[in-house]
Design a protein. Structure first.
Length: 183
């Protein structure tokens, strides 16, 4: 006999042993006795071994075992990213964004038509360089143009009735020596 045949015989004998009492009685008698045994046995008269087999799960204070943990991590990551984005919007990134444009004085402009750089001074006496695209002012303004004697800053404006956004242009003029205010 091969090993496979021996296994088949073994499992067949096991099946007959477990199914044996059901086949010995008539089908009608077996079902009645099963119903009587279930209904006739009171719950309080269970043996101690049956009580140890009953399992109940108390979910209080425990995580849900069926909730995927990946979704919770993803939601937590999105929440942290949203909080970080809000904090970044509240705190300006550079000293140029902490005060209004009117607080800066245009001191100088260098370069040619291909590329210019401007220098501004704040009320504390610190100097900052500006190029096109540099954020400046508390209203999310950006340097749009640097001309020979003027720096043009565009600040976004609120939406109008039609939902369109506009840009408010603020010009910073370079004062000549005769126009400068002496402290």
């Amino acid at each position: 006999m091969t090993k496979r045949n021996k296994e088949m015989i073994f499992f067949s004998v096991l099946a007959l042993l477990f199914a044996g009492p059901v086949f010995s009685a008539s089908p009608d008698t077996a079902s009645r006795s099963a119903v009587k045994s279930v209904t006739a046995t009171p719950v309080a008269d269970k043996p101690a071994a049956v009580d140890s087999l009953i399992f109940s799960y108390d979910p209080i204070g425990k995580p849900d075992p069926f909730k995927p943990f990946v979704d919770a991590e993803l939601a937590l990551r999105k929440l942290k990213e949203a909080q970080l984005k809000r904090q970044q919007q509240k705190l300006p990134l550079s000293p140029l964004q902490r005060v209004g444009i009117e607080q800066f004085k245009l001191v100088g402009i260098g370069g040619n038509e291909k590329g210019r750089t401007a220098v501004v001074q704040d009320t504390a006496g610190k100097y900052y360089t500006l190029s096109i695209g540099t954020p400046i002012g508390m209203n999310n303004g950006k340097v749009a143009k640097i001309l020979g004697d003027t720096v043009v800053v565009e600040e976004p404006t609120a939406r109008g009735k039609k939902g369109k956004t506009g840009a408010k242009k603020v010009e910073m003029k370079l004062l000549k020596e005769s126009e400068e205010v002496k402290p």
